[in-house]
Ligand binder design. Structure first.
Ligand SMILES: Nc1ncnc2c1ncn2[C@@H]1O[C@H](COP(=O)(O)OP(=O)(O)OP(=O)(O)O)[C@@H](O)[C@H]1O
Length: 698
C-alpha cells in the first residue's frame, strides 16, 4: 500500500506559485482536494515504479506558504501548473478520516463532491457497504443522537437531470418545483421528506433507501432498476431541534451533493457521449463554481439564479452557512481532472494571485484545453500571469464580449443573454444584511459560549461535540488551521441561536451589482457584414478578434504583394546541416536583400527555401490557404453571435450551437475536422473558403 500511495505523493518541491493568499477566516467555501484510492483492479495492474501523477505540496512549516498546492504531471519538470486549494487529502486517507459533518444551530452545511468522471465522488459521498461514505457516516451519527434526544430527523433525496429536479424517494420520480417565496427563500415543492426514525433505522437501510432505491418503505420496494445517468444527486438531512433556553425550534440542514462528473463536452461527443447532456452538466458546474467564487471573493452579487442547481443549494450558501467542496482527483492521468482542479482552485480564493503560467510544459498532458479553461477561469481574479502564451490569450477570447462583466463578477462562463437583462441596482438594505451575516460569522469566533454548545437537549450541540471530537475535525483533521475553521464555523452559530426561527436557513441575499456600464461592451451592431460595421464593432471591443473580412483583406494584400515580387527579391538561405528549427534568422541579412514584406518570414517557412518562382508561389499559396483556414477557425472560436450569424454557412442555429460549444471548451475548433461538430464537413468549408478568396479578387 505504501507503494500505491506514492502514486499520488506529497512533495515539498519548490513550485511555481509566487505568492499565496493567507487563509481567510471569512471564507465561506472550503475547496479541498481528495485523491481517489486505487480500485482493486488498478492496484493489481500498477507498476510500482510509475512516477506519481499528482503532487501535493503542504503548507510550509515556516509559515511562508499557508495554502496547499496540487500539481500534475512529471514532477521533474520545472514548469508546471500549480493549483491552490485549502487542503488536499492523500490517497490513503479514507472517508472516515476524511470528512466530518456538522450541523449548526439553525445553520446549514453543504458537502459537495466535484470532479471528473470516475474520480471517486460517489464513493466519497455514498461509499460502499464496507466503506461507508460521508453521508452514511453522518447519518450513523445522527441516528445515534436521535435516540437520545427528541429531535426529529428527515431526509430528502433528489436528482437534478437536464435542469429538472426529481424526487428520488418516490417510486414515480415526480418532478420537483424549485420556487422562491416572497422572502426570497427557496422552496422545493413536491420533494418528499422521509422521517429517519421511521424509515431509516440503520446505515445500511439508509444506503438502500438513498442509493439503491429500495427500503422498508413499501412504495420504494417497487422501484424498477434504472441505469445510472449523468446527473447531480443531492441528499438533504434536516434536523429539527429544540433549544431549551429559548424554546425555539432550530432547523439545521446538511446537504450532500454528488455532482455529475466534469468532462470536456466536445471530446466526449467524439467518443459518442451526449453533448447536450454534458453541456448542461458543465453549465451547472460553472454556475456552482461561480457562486463559490463570488462567495469567497465577497462579491455583493451571488449569481444563484444562473442555474437550477445553484438555486437549489442557495440556502446552504452565504450568511453563516458553510460549504465544503471536495474536489475528487483521479490518481491517473486525466485531462478532465486538471480542468476541474483549475476551476475549483479559482473558486478557492478570490484574488491577488500571481501565477507563472507554464502549462505548455506540463509533460504528458494535452495542455491546450487545460490552459484555456484555467486561464479563462482565472480572469475574474486579479491575477497576473507571466509568460502568457498565445494560447492563453486566444482562449480568453471567446468570453471577451462579456469579459469586463465577468472580470468584475469573477464568472467562469455564462451566456451573453443574461448580461443583457437586468438593469442594475444595488440595495443598501441587502448590503447591510450581507455584511451583518459576515460579521456574525467572524465574530462567532469570539462570542462562543461553550455551555450552550454543550446543551444536551440540543442536537446541534451534541453534533458539534461529537462530530468535532470524532470525525468533526475531519474537514481537515491533520491541519490545525482547518480545525480552527471548523470550530469557528460551529461556534459562529451558537451565540444567537435563540433568535433563530424555524427555517432560519440563511441570510442569503441576492444583490445585483451595477453592471450596466459593462453591458455596453456586449452591445453589438445589428446584422450586416459590411466592413465598416465590423470594424466599428472591433473598435467597440478592442480585445475582440478582428473581423474575418479584415483579416481576409490582409491576407489578400499579402498574396497580391507576393504576386508583384520578382524572383530575385527572395532571399534563399545558404545550405546548412543545422536543422531549420535550430537556425536563427539574421535580420541583417534579410534586411539587405529582402523586401520589407518578407522580413517576418521564418526559415522554417516553405517558400523561403524554395528555389524557383513557381515553387515559391505554390508554397506561398498553400501558406495562404492554411492561414485562411486558421483565420476561419479562429473566427469561429472568438466571434460574437452576431458576427457568426453573418458568416456564410453559419446562420442563427449554428451560431447558437457554436457559442454553446465555446462554453464547453475555450477553443472548440482546432482543425477543419472539428467542424463536424457543427455539421460542416471539411469539404464544405473549403468550398466556402474558395468562394471567399475568389470574391476578394473580384
Ligand atoms: N478511495 C477509493 N478506494 C478504492 N476505490 C475507490 C475509491 N474511490 C473510488 N473508488 C472506485 O473508483 C471507481 C470510481 O469511483 P466513483 O464511482 O465514486 O467515481 P465518480 O466520480 O462518482 O464517477 P462518475 O462521475 O462516473 O459518477 C469506483 O469503482 C469506486 O469504487
Amino acid at each position: 500500500m505504501e507503494q500505491l500511495s506514492s502514486m499520488a505523493s506529497s512533495t515539498a518541491d519548490p513550485v511555481r506559485i509566487k505568492s499565496s493568499m493567507s487563509s481567510n477566516s471569512s471564507q465561506k467555501v472550503r475547496i479541498v482536494g481528495k485523491i481517489r484510492g486505487f480500485t482493486k483492479e488498478e492496484s493489481e495492474t500498477l507498476d510500482g515504479d510509475s512516477a506519481p501523477w499528482i503532487s501535493v505540496r503542504k503548507p510550509n512549516e515556516d509559515g511562508s506558504s499557508q495554502k496547499v498546492t496540487i500539481s500534475f504531471g512529471d514532477q521533474s519538470t520545472s514548469h508546471r501548473d500549480v493549483y491552490e486549494v485549502d487542503y488536499c487529502y492523500e490517497q490513503n486517507e479514507d472517508n472516515d478520516k476524511t470528512c466530518d459533518s456538522k450541523v449548526f444551530d439553525g445553520h446549514n452545511i453543504a458537502i459537495i463532491a466535484y470532479g471528473a468522471r470516475g474520480s471517486g465522488k460517489t464513493y466519497t459521498i455514498q461509499g460502499t457497504e464496507e466503506k461507508p461514505g460521508l453521508a452514511a457516516l453522518a447519518i450513523a451519527e445522527i441516528l445515534l443522537m436521535a435516540e437520545d434526544t427528541e429531535n426529529s430527523v428527515a431526509i430528502s433525496f433528489y436528482e437534478v437531470f437536464q435542469d429538472h429536479v426529481y424526487d428520488l424517494l418516490e417510486p414515480t420520480r415526480p418532478e420537483v418545483q424549485v420556487l422562491e417565496d416572497a422572502q426570497g427563500k427557496i422552496k422545493l415543492k413536491g420533494l418528499s421528506k422521509a422521517s429517519c426514525l421511521e424509515y431509516v433505522k440503520s446505515v445500511s437501510e439508509f444506503q438502500k433507501l438513498c442509493f439503491i432505491g429500495c427500503s422498508s418503505r413499501p412504495a420504494m420496494q417497487k422501484i424498477p432498476f434504472e441505469p445510472p445517468r449523468k446527473s447531480h444527486k443531492g441528499l438533504i438531512i434536516r434536523i429539527l431541534s429544540n433549544n431549551e433556553k429559548s424554546n425555539a425550534k432550530l432547523l439545521g440542514k446538511i446537504t450532500f451533493v454528488d455532482l455529475a462528473g466534469y468532462e470536456d463536452g466536445r471530446r466526449k461527443n467524439c467518443e459518442g457521449f451526449n453533448i447536450g447532456e454534458s453541456s448542461r452538466v458543465n453549465k451547472s458546474l460553472y454556475a456552482l463554481l461561480n457562486v463559490m467564487y463570488a462567495l469567497n471573493a465577497n462579491h455583493t452579487h451571488l449569481p444563484y439564479r444562473e442555474n437550477k442547481l445553484t438555486r437549489m443549494l442557495q440556502d446552504s450558501f452565504g450568511g453563516t452557512n458553510h460549504v465544503l467542496m471536495l474536489t475528487c482527483l483521479n490518481p491517473f492521468f486525466c485531462q478532465d481532472t486538471i480542468y476541474a482542479t483549475g476551476l475549483a482552485s479559482r473558486s478557492c480564493q478570490g484574488s491577488n494571485r500571481v501565477f507563472t503560467n507554464s502549462t505548455k510544459k506540463v509533460k504528458g498532458s494535452d495542455t491546450i484545453y487545460a490552459t484555456g479553461l484555467a486561464s479563462r477561469s482565472f480572469q475574474g481574479s486579479n491575477r497576473v500571469f507571466t509568460n502568457s502564451t498565445k494560447k492563453v490569450k486566444g482562449s480568453a477570447k471567446p468570453i471577451v464580449l462579456s469579459s469586463l462583466t465577468k472580470e468584475k463578477l469573477g464568472i467562469v462562463s455564462s451566456t451573453v443573454k443574461k448580461s443583457t437583462s437586468s438593469k442594475a441596482y444595488f440595495s443598501k438594505k441587502n448590503t447591510i444584511s450581507l455584511e451583518k451575516g459576515r460579521k456574525l460569522f467572524d465574530e462567532g469566533n469570539h462570542l462562543s459560549n461553550p455551555e450552550q454548545a454543550k446543551s444536551p437537549s440540543n442536537i446541534a450541540s451534541v453534533m458539534q461535540s461529537r462530530f468535532m471530537s470524532d470525525i468533526g475535525s475531519a474537514i481537515v483533521p491533520s491541519l490545525r488551521e482547518e480545525e480552527k475553521f471548523i470550530s469557528n464555523a460551529c461556534l459562529a452559530g451558537v451565540p444567537k441561536t435563540e433568535d433563530v426561527p424555524l427555517h432560519s436557513e440563511s441570510n442569503h441575499s441576492e444583490v445585483t451589482a451595477n453592471i450596466d456600464s459593462n453591458i455596453k461592451a456586449l452591445t453589438y451592431l445589428d446584422d450586416g457584414d459590411d466592413m465598416d460595421k465590423e470594424n466599428k464593432s472591433l473598435l467597440m471591443n478592442e480585445a475582440g478578434s478582428p473581423p474575418l473580412s479584415a483579416r481576409l483583406r490582409d491576407l489578400s494584400n499579402d498574396l497580391k504583394s507576393l504576386l508583384s515580387l520578382t524572383p530575385i527579391q527572395i532571399e534563399i538561405p545558404p545550405e546548412t546541416d543545422v536543422p531549420y528549427s535550430d537556425q536563427v534568422v539574421s535580420a541583417d541579412i534579410v534586411e539587405l536583400k529582402t523586401p520589407v514584406k518578407e522580413q517576418h518570414l521564418r526559415v522554417k517557412d516553405k517558400w523561403e527555401v524554395a528555389n524557383c518562382p513557381s515553387e515559391t508561389f505554390s508554397a506561398r499559396s498553400s501558406g495562404f490557404k492554411h492561414s485562411l483556414v486558421q483565420d476561419y477557425l479562429s473566427f469561429l472560436n472568438t466571434a460574437s453571435k452576431e458576427e457568426l450569424k453573418g458568416l456564410r454557412g453559419i446562420g442563427e442555429k449554428r451560431a447558437t450551437y457554436i457559442l454553446e460549444l465555446r462554453e464547453e471548451s475555450p477553443e472548440p475548433f482546432k482543425n477543419l475536422d472539428d467542424l463536424k461538430d457543427i455539421g460542416l464537413s471539411a469539404k464544405q468549408v473549403k468550398g466556402m473558403m474558395k468562394k471567399v478568396a475568389g470574391e476578394l479578387f473580384n
